[in-house]
Design a protein around this ligand. Structure first.
Ligand SMILES: [Zn+2]
Length: 326
């Protein structure tokens, strides 16, 4: 049931990484996306297979993905320099335990995912992290030396950023670094799931956008909204521009906090492509228009879309796995 590809693809000026091959897995609620990264940081193989839910289901899905990739390359899993996994949930990156990942069916007791997989493959280093953090690492890697200071801003169900500074992930003492979706920007705004009012996330997430412009024709709500706006629908234009302004606010918050070279937009909403980037850039220019200080930062030039041809979360997981000291 898996699709394996061994076609090598270049990541451009991939930064040099410490020895050997590594595997990275982006473990989602429905599928596992895996890559085999070569010693030079290039993608040497990829695989996609369905996720089996529950702790043992996730272990077996991950193990199957690893074996598919190593078999196709003629490698033994135990010879890997490392294995990394990005999961949608709360993770203790030190121990590699998953505390809570509702989409994977892992709840209740912390589950030692890294430990189980390492034992299965002869004790290789295994890193387990949040999918947003590994996506930030992968985006940084894909940009080469220019990507050492970067934020990966995911516009999905919620809104949050993974932050890479000097090539290293910045998690913060409680793992909350980059949780900018919960910065309130309007004290009178709607109640947020976090218990505060008017959080950025209530304006700038995919969920917020779909709530304001529900899908009418069975296609993704953001696509329908942007098409209606492009066709001149005044209500769609207003909602689109308010959304763009909120995303621009999130970019501004990130830049004024960590001043990174790149803010890379990722997550489901970025399926919109260039039209999304255009309106966010316009909103950044508009927000800077009264401020020579903000204008001097040229924020509109620092924002970009995640590469559509690189599975950044899987690549970042492979890098994290290789860096892991067991
Ligand atoms: Zn909130």
């Amino acid at each position: 049931m898996s699709e394996v590809s061994t076609a090598a693809s270049s990541l451009g000026e991939a930064a040099a990484l410490p020895g050997g091959h590594s595997v990275g897995l982006d473990v989602g609620g429905t599928k596992v996306l895996g890559v085999l990264l070569g010693p030079d940081g290039a993608i040497e193989g990829s695989v996609k297979l369905p996720t089996v839910r529950g702790p043992q289901g996730v272990v077996s899905s991950a193990a199957q993905a690893v074996r598919s990739l190593t078999d196709a390359a003629g490698l033994a899993p135990a010879a890997l320099a490392g294995l990394g996994l990005g999961v949608p949930g709360l993770v203790d990156p030190e121990s590699g335990s998953v505390m809570h990942a509702v989409n994977l069916g892992i709840e209740g007791e912390p589950f030692g995912l890294a430990h189980e997989l390492s034992a299965l493959f002869g004790g290789i280093p295994v890193d387990v992290d949040n999918d947003l953090n590994v996506a930030a690492l992968g985006a940084s890697h894909a940009m080469g030396p220019d990507g050492q200071d970067l934020a990966f801003l995911a516009l999905g169900t919620g809104l949050a950023a993974g932050i890479v500074l000097g090539g290293q992930l910045r998690r913060g003492v409680s793992g909350a670094a980059g949780e900018i979706g919960h910065i309130p920007i309007n004290p009178e705004g709607p109640l947020c799931a976090c218990g505060q009012r008017g959080c950025v996330e209530t304006y700038a997430s995919g969920t917020a956008l779909s709530a304001r412009w529900p899908s009418r024709f069975g296609r993704p709500a953001p696509a329908e909204l942007f098409e209606a706006a492009a066709a001149g629908d005044s209500e769609a234009l207003r909602i689109r521009d308010e959304f763009a302004a909120a995303v621009a606010s999130a970019v501004r918050i990130l830049e004024l906090t960590v001043d990174v070279r790149h803010v890379v937009l990722g997550g489901g909403v970025t399926g919109l492509g260039q039209p999304l980037l255009d309106v966010v850039r316009s909103a950044l220019v508009a927000q800077s228009s009264t401020s020579p200080f903000l204008s001097s930062l040229e924020l509109e030039k620092r924002v970009s879309l995640a590469p559509s041809d690189v599975p950044v979360a899987a690549v970042g997981a492979a890098i994290a796995g290789r860096r892991k000291v067991s």
